[in-house]
Design a protein around this ligand. Structure first.
Ligand SMILES: [Zn+2]
Length: 245
């Protein structure tokens, strides 16, 4: 009873295609990634999809992309949601970014430990996915890798407020996603899916080549809630990856 009530509350607060309230899947055992596609008919794409994310990016002989990422973010109020799978920072008015010539509105950012994408087999301890939506409903994700180093000011604010159990809080003050971007916005781009059920496809990824830093304490702060919330990588199945320098 209690559980379904919480699910309802979370579902009502989730945006677009993110089934934030579904707590019947996880990252281990019978409800882990290998079985997501069997848990519900709505999750079928998780096992049948041919353009799934994340991927391991091979950096040899990639196609050239020409469009630079043009971010236009600003500090915004919003909510920090612990949805049982990750921490999500949903911002109501954070601006957006121009990606491959299309304007996208920033929706939310959330985090994975370890980082979900790999590059030539190398993985990072953490990554942020910044989720955007265009006027016609298309999703684009900017992925930022993090390695251990100096403290990140955005995480300092966000992690201090994140709920330790499923639920959400209104952000005290404002959060600016710009603080998660490295100076160089050179990227690898590929077409993939949501990396959580229902694994819907048609999501364009822009994975930044330059990692950012966060402190060991910040990494541990997140891992205390989510020690492992990365989906394994998927085959390219003929997908072309492009890059900018
Ligand atoms: Zn993600």
């Amino acid at each position: 009873m209690k559980k379904s009530f919480l699910s309802l509350v979370l579902l009502a607060s989730s945006t677009v295609v993110f089934s934030a309230g579904d707590s019947h899947w996880g990252y281990e055992g019978k409800t882990g990634p290998d079985n997501w596609g069997n848990l519900s008919p709505e999750f079928a794409t998780c096992k049948l999809g041919q353009q799934q994310a994340p991927i391991d990016i091979p950096t040899k002989s990639l196609g050239k992309a020409t469009a630079a990422i043009k971010p236009a973010y600003k500090a915004s109020a919003g909510e920090i949601i612990n949805n049982g799978h990750t921490i999500q920072v949903a911002l109501s008015d954070a601006g957006g970014a121009n990606l491959s010539g299309v304007d996208y509105k920033f929706l939310q950012m959330h985090f994975h430990a370890p980082g979900e994408e790999k590059v030539d087999g190398k993985s990072y301890p953490f990554n942020a996915h910044l989720v955007h939506q265009s006027a016609d409903g298309k999703l684009a994700v900017i992925g930022v890798f993090f390695k251990e180093g100096t403290e990140n000011p955005v995480f300092k604010e966000a992690f201090a407020q994140m709920p330790s159990a499923e639920g959400k809080v209104a952000i005290k003050g404002k959060i600016d996603p710009s603080g998660l971007l490295p100076k160089s916005l050179a990227y690898y781009s590929y077409t993939g899916s949501l990396t959580t059920p229902p694994c819907s496809e048609g999501v364009t990824f822009y994975i930044l080549k330059t990692p950012m830093e966060m402190s060991k304490a910040q990494l541990e702060q997140f891992r205390k809630l989510y020690p492992m919330n990365a989906r394994p990588t998927f085959p390219l199945n003929g997908r072309k990856i492009t890059e900018t320098n």
